[in-house]
Design a protein around this ligand. Structure first.
Ligand code: ADP
Ligand SMILES: O=P(O)(O)O[C@H]1O[C@H](CO)[C@@H](O[C@H]2O[C@H](CO)[C@@H](O)[C@H](O)[C@H]2O)[C@H](O)[C@H]1O
Length: 472
């Protein structure tokens, strides 16, 4: 094993101030920026690390910055340091044409005056530096590059930035590994690393085992506890070569008028295998009425917030709320449920089918809009089942014309496959399943209103069905 590289580095004073005007304009235009609709009015520096000193040819800075934004869209409102973002800032004299899409801007003042700064993940050398740091378990400033020593990382793998629309940014190395760099980062254990590591320990073949990971210890001082919790910044995992994601596959089958039943059944089995392994690897809890009441209160609160955010929901709120009260009534009558760690944002796009037809699940971050502590709480496994049922509904409504019967067949096959592997059929608990599917549809209404308004009719159609409890 190469010796871990440890370097203490400082960044030039005034670095963030010199980048501020450029970042205020560039950050809100990024797909992964969570604060859309509100201006960025400033930044707070959480951590800065010089990965490459800005020589004539190239410089590279790793920044964790909090973006200041007014609380309400379009309003002056009180500002507050908001979300923390991970940035990799490349510095050159000028950008070659191949890096033009990565431009952030031209620095006019401070230590980088006269230089051009850009999104460094587009650039080969910075991307290679990240993999080499992971391979050698480097320590650079507050950045900790670590890895599973049992997995080999060959040096010299050629990087390419994935251009697909993502909530984060991913670099593929030689079709051998994929490095997902989380963009909006929060301190604490991130389930996108925690759960795949737990599944790897259980020998679950359904999730690519983490090969390496990048963590930031922002508070380098050796002072007494409590120290700031570390930030999980990125995870490197084996790249499933030739894989097709479930969303792309489902739409392809729909376009051909083909059924998706066999794949839905296999997806049900794969989901059950992951749940079984997570139930073995991490603590489970029993939900009695007090715990269930707390879960139902959360669902009701999300519904109220969603109604304010998307008034089109208002006419359906009473019907949707009945799904939650029905669950609470069951719990009040003494019914209990087992809760465990779950994927948290499972949908067809989070499922990869290898050329051999094997399904893998990815992206265990959970719903990006939920607080990290909430995403790490044990949940009924049916919450993931509901996410997949919603996804079949999405696919059936995203084809050239709606195919409701296609979704009905996929839902049934998925639940049958789940039952075959888990030993319990999610359909035997219709009250819990309806409550979870309702909660997911409400989340999707808010997500689409915020990110993809043209998709809003899809979850709204589910809201109408779920509110009238026309259950299939
Ligand atoms: N291990 C992998 N093998 C092959 N492709 C992958 C792998 N992990 C992710 N991908 C691809 O990268 C895309 C984004 O990954 P994901 O973890 O969902 O990132 P995000 O959270 O940013 O959406 C996925 O839709 C998939 O196409
Ligand atoms: O994949 P992410 O972790 O970024 O999840 C977010 O974006 C998803 C869309 O990419 C969104 O999923 C919704 O749309 C999908 C089709 O694009 C559909 O298959 C899902 O069922 C539906 O929820 C997800 O909700 C959001 O968290």
């Amino acid at each position: 094993m190469s010796e871990a590289v440890t370097r203490t580095v400082t960044t030039p004073p005034g670095l963030l101030a010199s980048l501020d005007p450029l970042l205020r304009e560039w950050l809100p235009r990024q797909r992964w920026f969570a604060g859309k609709g509100r201006p960025v009015t400033g930044f707070t520096l959480v951590a800065a690390t010089e990965l490459l000193p800005p020589t004539a040819k190239l410089g590279l800075y790793h920044l964790l910055v909090r973006a200041h934004q007014p609380l309400l869209p379009g309003h002056g409102g009180p500002e507050q340091p908001g979300d923390c973002y991970q940035l990799l800032i490349g510095v050159r004299e000028a950008l070659p044409p191949r890096l033009a899409p990565a431009l952030i801007g031209h620095v006019t003042r401070g230590p980088l005056a006269g230089r051009t700064v850009y999104e460094a993940l587009h650039d080969t050398r910075p991307a290679e530096l990240l993999l080499e740091a992971l391979r050698t378990r480097a320590r650079i400033g507050g950045l900790r590059f670590d890895r599973d020593p049992r997995q080999e990382i060959r040096p010299g793998l050629v990087p390419r930035l994935m251009t697909a629309e993502q909530s984060n940014s991913s670099v593929v190395y030689g079709d051998t590994f994929i490095l997902k760099l989380l963009r909006r980062v929060v301190p604490g254990i991130n389930p996108d690393l925690e759960l795949p590591l737990a599944l790897a320990r259980e020998g679950c073949p359904r999730v690519p085992p983490p090969t390496a990971w990048l963590v930031a210890d922002p508070d380098e001082s050796p002072g007494p506890p409590p120290r700031a919790e570390p930030y999980v910044l990125g995870v490197l995992q084996p790249f499933v070569q030739g894989a097709t994601d479930g969303w792309e596959l489902a739409l392809r089958e729909l376009a051909k008028g083909e059924d998706f039943v066999a794949e839905a059944r296999a997806l049900g089995r794969a989901t059950a295998e992951v749940h079984t392994a997570l139930g073995r690897a991490l603590p489970t809890v029993t939900l009695g009425h007090p715990q269930l009441r707390s879960m139902v209160d959360g669902m009701s609160e999300r519904l109220e917030a969603a109604v304010h955010a998307v008034p089109a929901l208002r006419p359906y709120a009473p019907g949707l709320r009945s799904a939650f009260t029905a669950l609470d009534d069951l719990a009040a009558g003494g019914r209990t449920w087992t809760a465990q760690r779950v994927h948290g944002d499972l949908h067809l796009g989070q499922c990869l089918r290898s050329p051999a037809g094997e399904w893998s699940l990815i992206d265990f971050e959970g719903e990006p809009a939920r607080p990290m502590a909430e995403r790490r709480m044990p949940q009924p496994a049916v919450r993931d089942v509901a996410g997949m049922l919603r996804s079949f509904d999405y696919a059936a409504r995203s084809a050239d014309r709606p195919h409701p019967e296609w979704a009905v067949r996929c839902r049934a096959a998925y639940c049958s496959g789940y039952a075959e592997a888990a030993g319990r059929d999610p359909r035997t608990d219709p009250v819990l399943l309806r409550a979870c599917e309702t909660d997911k549809a409400v989340y999707e209404v808010v997500y689409e209103a915020r990110h993809r308004p043209e998709w809003l009719p899809v979850p709204l159609a589910a809201v109408r069905r779920l509110a009238s409890s026309e259950q299939t």
